[in-house]
Design a protein around this ligand. Structure first.
Ligand code: ZN
Ligand code: ZN
Length: 366
């Protein structure tokens, strides 16, 4: 039994998946996306399927995980160690279970190749695209998950406070990135949810810049976008610094982006369409004349994955609900000059959004 299952967390999650199966008139669901498997069963290995049927659940994995499953797997889930490939083992589970023919699969995640292999192995099954059944459920976090995410935010902010002292003229982006990773690990991050983005001067206008050998100069904007992972859960934040007194244009775009953060945070609440939160940020930026300079969405869900549901962008069809944890990260990028992005994480509660970050949002002059 996994330590996180003391109060039946996994059993509750499994029950909710079964309710969805019933609503979708599916006889079973084959879960192949590893973060979904982890959320439902506690299993952290890198090769598995989880077959959820009305009265049972079976984890199909290979011999490398024979011992690990005993340590990790939640109560009530049986294990099948595949002798050759996972697909054949899934087929045998379905036959042995006498499951009906309508089996859902995760069409957002399963590769075409694996879908074909399943089709060949399980001749009698009518495979049905099941959408994001588990992803939808995962998007509303319970208290324990919010606690883990909050700890991941704290770890990231501790590391940032330590790295701040190292930011000075002549230091390169890759040196700062290395320092950031080191400090994140020391502060308690189990791994990096993603490689930190460190972008200085004109490179701060590149939304996904890889740290380069560029050395910082007076007058540069510096963008740091990074996160930590604690107890499987991620954080993701962005802060800006300026070397020496900021130029007028830097102050201008900074205050626009900061206002966009404020308005989007204010707009976020249960029952609000995620795209309306995006619009709140986008309107501030467009009204200031920078509408063309903000080319990505306002935010995304964060949990076991650093990008998960719900999406907070203009195309999102999702409605925010209590328990969602999302980023708010509007930006203005001026090609050749520099950019500003600020990113907080908020948790949606009954009364609205609560910001999880404590690190100040001011433009810090170093
Ligand atoms: Zn980020
Ligand atoms: Zn982000």
């Amino acid at each position: 039994m996994s330590s996180g299952d003391a109060w039946g967390t996994h059993a509750l999650r499994m029950r909710r998946v079964r309710d969805r199966l019933h609503e979708s008139r599916l006889d079973a669901l084959l879960v192949g996306h590893l973060p979904n498997i982890r959320w439902l069963s506690g299993f952290t290995g890198s090769s598995a399927f989880l077959l959820v049927e009305p009265g049972s659940a079976t984890l199909v994995t290979d011999f490398r995980y024979r011992t690990q499953v005993d340590e990790e797997l939640a109560d009530g889930i049986s294990v099948t160690i595949a002798e050759s490939d996972l697909f054949g083992a899934v087929a045998r589970c379905l036959e042995d279970g006498g499951t009906g023919p309508r089996v859902g699969f995760e069409d957002h995640h399963l590769t075409i190749r694996d879908r074909r292999a399943l089709g060949e192995a399980c001749g009698a099954v009518m495979w049905e695209p099941a959408g994001r059944i588990v992803g939808d459920l995962r998007s509303a976090k319970d208290d324990e998950e919010i606690e883990a995410i909050s700890r991941a935010v704290r770890v990231a902010e501790t590391a940032l406070s330590e790295v701040e002292a190292q930011i000075s003229e002549g230091v390169s982006e890759s040196e700062l990135a290395a320092e950031l990773v080191y400090r994140l690990r020391l502060a308690g991050s189990a791994s990096m949810p993603f490689d930190p983005i460190v972008a200085s001067g004109p490179r701060s206008a590149l939304p996904h810049a890889q740290p380069s050998e560029r050395r910082m100069r007076v007058g540069d904007l510096l963008l740091l976008d990074f996160g930590a992972r604690v107890d499987a859960y991620c954080s993701d934040m962005t802060r800006m610094f300026v070397l020496g007194p900021p130029a007028e244009w830097q102050v201008e775009i900074y205050s626009v982006v900061r206002e966009a953060v404020r308005r989007a945070t204010e707009a976020a609440a249960p029952g609000i369409a995620a795209r309306d939160v995006d619009r709140a940020a986008r309107t501030v930026i467009a009204d200031a004349g920078f509408g063309e300079r903000f080319g990505h969405g306002t935010g995304h869900g964060v949990g076991i994955e650093v990008h998960e549901q719900p999406s907070v962008n203009a195309r999102s069809r999702e409605t925010l609900q209590a328990g969602n944890v999302v980023t708010i990260e509007p930006a203005v990028y001026l090609p050749g000059r520099g950019g500003v992005r600020l990113e907080n994480m908020v948790v949606i509660g009954d009364a609205g959004a609560t910001v999880l970050n404590r690190f100040p949002l001011d433009l810090k002059q170093l």
